[in-house]
Design a protein around this ligand. Structure first.
Ligand code: PHB
Length: 391
């Protein structure tokens, strides 16, 4: 009796829930974020999520009348297979409109075929091996490429009378790109590279390599290691083995003196020269607003780094295309808008190259200095409108 009485009510209640769920789905633009949030590269996910939160804190969570929904997936990486499975879930089960994140090259490469097959725009917020954007027509990169930032380091070194260098890079895509681009400009400019050292991506033990560098007696060592703890470990070894006293300078891509870990790197880092697209010390109103919003949206996270900026800019692009498409997201239409898109980033002006979907931006030369008692990468020279040179 009771059951009968309630059945029609229950059914109509169910219908109500179902239709409101459908309406909700229609009113949402979903962004699936794939990155490492645990394991040795956990900071990458945190910086990327931090940049996304900073943007949404500043501009709100609605665009074109729709709510932006962020779905976070932890690869625990580097774990390309996990990244691929998570991206598949995001596309099939969660029905995301955008794939985003990607701190590590192997994970971005593993997901590229899914973006291609599902026609989902894939917004790269860090992974920086040149070749990535060639792996799907649905990829656009808002971070950097290693050739883009490494070539200028060699050009600067030659101009500043550094003629003999040892290179040390992480032995995977971005490291090999960095080594190649540095070598091209350095040897092309009349310099010589006496040794090229490649170190494992996972847990490199730097001490023996640092001794090799000391024995080779170069004027400088050029470094690319993935941002974070590895830079801290390298600089510790550099200090302990007395390389500065032996007259060996450090030149590097800005991954080494990543803003997030720089305050913990100590005074041995003073004077290190790097080339990069972003410094927390960049003096612009856009950067001030970014840093303020990052701090407010991410209390206790520490200093924002380049990954947070790329994520913030990637979100700006997602908002821009969503606005232009009036909230109706279509992969091909999104890509048509992203090609040639120009924006003012906290790092300076950026543009997505319509031919390659890679970023065009200023690459700055910086020196580690103390500002207000804290270590910063202080910009003192720049290379304008740099494209990726690795393809
Ligand atoms: C990458 O895996 O592409 C990568 C990781 C860390 C960096 C730069 C590039 O600092």
């Amino acid at each position: 009796m009771q059951f009968k009485k309630y059945l029609p009510l229950t059914l109509s209640a169910l219908c109500l829930v179902a239709s409101s769920l459908a309406a909700q789905a229609e009113e949402t633009i979903k962004v699936g974020v794939v990155a490492a949030f645990s394991g040795p590269f956990a900071d990458y996910g945190k910086q990327i999520e931090g940049g996304i939160k900073a943007y949404m804190h500043q501009y709100g969570d609605k665009v074109a009348g729709k709510k932006i929904e962020i779905i976070i997936k932890d690869t625990t990486g580097p774990a390309p297979d996990v990244a691929k499975r998570l991206a598949q879930e995001l596309v099939i089960r969660d029905k995301v409109d955008f794939l985003a994140g990607f701190g590590l090259t192997p994970e971005a490469l593993a997901v590229a075929p899914i973006a291609e097959q599902a026609k989902k725009p894939m917004i790269i917020m860090n992974a920086a091996t040149s070749i990535i954007t060639t792996k799907s027509n649905y990829i656009a990169r808002f971070s950097m490429t290693l050739p883009q930032v490494s070539g200028p380091m060699a050009t600067w070194a030659i101009k500043n009378n550094i003629k003999k260098v040892v290179t040390l890079v992480a032995d995977y895509g971005p490291g090999i790109d960095a080594e190649t681009a540095f070598k091209t400009n350095f040897v092309g400019g009349g310099g010589s590279i006496t040794e090229s050292i490649r170190v494992p991506l996972r847990n490199p033990e730097f001490a023996p390599y640092i001794q090799r560098i000391k024995d080779a007696k170069p004027e400088a060592v050029f470094i690319f290691v993935p941002a974070g703890e590895q830079g801290v470990a390298f600089m510790k070894g550099y200090r302990e083995r007395g390389l500065a006293e032996a007259g060996i300078k450090v030149i590097a891509t800005g991954d080494l003196t990543d803003d997030h870990v720089l305050p913990a790197m100590g005074d041995a880092t003073l004077g290190v020269i790097t080339t990069f697209h972003y410094s927390a010390a960049h003096n612009s109103p856009e950067n001030k607003a970014f840093l303020k919003n990052f701090a407010e949206a991410n209390p206790g996270t520490g200093r924002a780094n380049f990954m947070a900026v790329a994520a913030y800019d990637g979100m700006a692009a997602i908002y821009e295309v969503s606005k232009k498409l009036n909230g109706k997201i279509d992969g091909d239409k999104v890509m048509a808008i992203l090609k040639g898109l120009k924006m003012m980033s906290p790092r300076g002006p950026i543009m997505i190259d319509p031919a390659t979907r890679d970023i065009i931006q200023t690459v700055y030369v910086r020196k580690v200095e103390k500002v207000g008692g804290e270590l910063f990468n202080v910009e003192f020279d720049k290379f304008l409108d740099m494209k990726d040179t690795g393809k």
